[in-house]
Design a protein around this ligand. Structure first.
Ligand SMILES: O=C(O)CCC(=O)C(=O)O
Ligand SMILES: [Fe+2]
Length: 308
């Protein structure tokens, strides 16, 4: 099955919003994966994120360990090689390392003080410019993700602004990923999984490895289109849409040469209740808060150390 390529500017320019929404809806219902061109996120900013990520991953282990995600209860910081298995049934650890940036909150935010789930401050390496570039990219990706949800709302027969209140302070995670060259081809870069949130915006450097497995189909390579986002539906949105939309399994094979990607996982606000959207039929799932759902999925992937 082909992965549809959709030009976002058809929606934003006002030239063909209805046509765009129809194509988007079809992609969300059938493949759960599509490619977005015409998104307007500056190439220079994307390049800068790769550059800063490279600088971070090149730091000595002891420096990276200072911002380890294993010590962070809010899913922020560095995930070292061998610390995660996206396919927890495979017995294989992912051959990758990563760094997570969450929704940026000040230390005196009441939800941070209260220790609310996923409401922590970000952790930053001691690298000039790193924080500013990551937060700049985060804002751009969040704007795009929110705007895509207005097109999604229209496809689902909802008011255009329906999702706005669910993404005011969302559990969105910017995750830069680094897969070392694995000429032996052994193991897995990222095990087969579906994403947990609403949608994921993925930028990759073009090194092959990413594959999807559409329902009833076989593993297929995701074609690379320069500067375009690979967007996929996560399990929260599948649940929310009462299975009208599909979240599709994907994986990363161990790449022949070093591979980098920039994922932006857009999950709703922690307290958003994910319950069958209006007019989607008899609810197939019990309502759950977005935070409870995300925690349950992350717990299967890696285990944070106790903080006390
Ligand atoms: O690195 C990639 O291309 C995909 C990574 C991915 O699917 C994930 O981290 O959820
Ligand atoms: Fe994924």
């Amino acid at each position: 099955m082909d992965i549809p390529v959709l030009d976002w500017s058809r929606f934003t320019s006002g030239n063909d919003p209805k046509g765009f929404v129809a194509d988007l809806g079809k992609a969300c219902r059938e493949t759960g994966f599509f490619v977005i061109t015409g998104h307007g996120i500056p190439k220079a900013l994307i390049e800068d994120v790769y550059k800063r990520a490279d600088q971070f991953f090149a730091l000595p282990t002891s420096k990276k360990a200072e911002v380890a995600i294993s010590k962070n209860p809010h899913n922020r910081g560095w995930a070292q090689q061998g610390s995660e298995a996206l396919d927890e049934t495979s017995g294989l650890k992912d051959r990758k390392e990563a760094f997570n940036v969450g929704f940026d909150l000040p230390a005196d935010d009441p939800t941070v003080i209260a220790g609310a789930p996923f409401r922590g401050v970000n952790v930053w390496p001691d690298l000039e410019g790193f924080k500013d570039v990551m937060l700049d990219y985060y804002r751009h990706a969040l704007d795009l993700g929110r705007a895509l949800h207005s097109a999604i709302a229209l496809d689902l027969g909802l008011p255009e602004r329906y999702f706005d209140s669910h993404f005011t302070e969302p559990m969105a995670t910017l995750r830069v990923l680094s897969y070392p060259a694995a000429p032996d081809g052994e193991g897995i870069g990222a095990g087969a999984h579906t994403d947990y949130g609403s949608i994921t915006l993925l930028m990759t450097d073009g090194v092959a490895g990413l594959q999807v497995k559409p329902r009833g189909g076989n593993w297929t390579d995701v074609p690379h289109i320069e500067d375009a986002y690979i967007v996929n539906i996560g399990d929260s949105l599948m649940r929310w849409s009462n299975d009208l939309y599909v979240s599709t399994p994907h994986r990363v094979l161990p790449p022949k040469m070093a591979r980098r990607s920039i994922a932006f996982f857009l999950d709703p606000n922690p307290n958003s209740v994910i319950a069958a959207l209006p007019d989607t039929g008899v609810a197939k799932y019990a309502p759950v808060t977005a935070a409870e759902y995300l925690r349950s999925r992350l717990d299967a992937t890696y285990t944070p150390e106790p903080t006390s």
